[in-house]
Ligand binder design. Sequence first.
Ligand SMILES: [Zn+2]
Length: 153
Amino acid sequence: MTVLDDRPAVPAQAAPAEPRTWSFVDRVTGERRPVTCMPGCASDHAGDVASPTHPDDICCARHLDDITLPINVNGDPEEFRVMGMMMNVNPFDRQVSQRLPHIDLEVVDDHWIEGLDPDGFETVINTLQARLEKMRAVHAELVRVRAEYRAAH
Ligand SMILES: [Zn+2]
């Protein structure tokens, strides 16, 4: 007899927590302004709440895992962050595009592509995907060339 496994293939995700709502005193106007955090915001807004803050400085962010690679800048390879991602929203930014969740992409150590909306982020992903496919082809060629080189020496 076959026992059917009716568990979902992907574990159900926990229901998202309610977004945090808080307020701060606008340093420009002196008024108290409400803020509702971006879902998943991991920013500590204690400083924003505790003292008058410029609205441009309000930022909700998700922290995403970093990866590093050893990169040679000055003769000795050092670990630098590559393809770092931050999901941010700056709800009062003077650039309206920053007022919706977006991605800031750290290509390598403090060199950023900022303010990516979903279409822009997809454009970057597609560019990198094409590069990865090229790297796979070059990898296969490297394996072949090394084998030929070893056989000849
Ligand atoms: Zn927040």
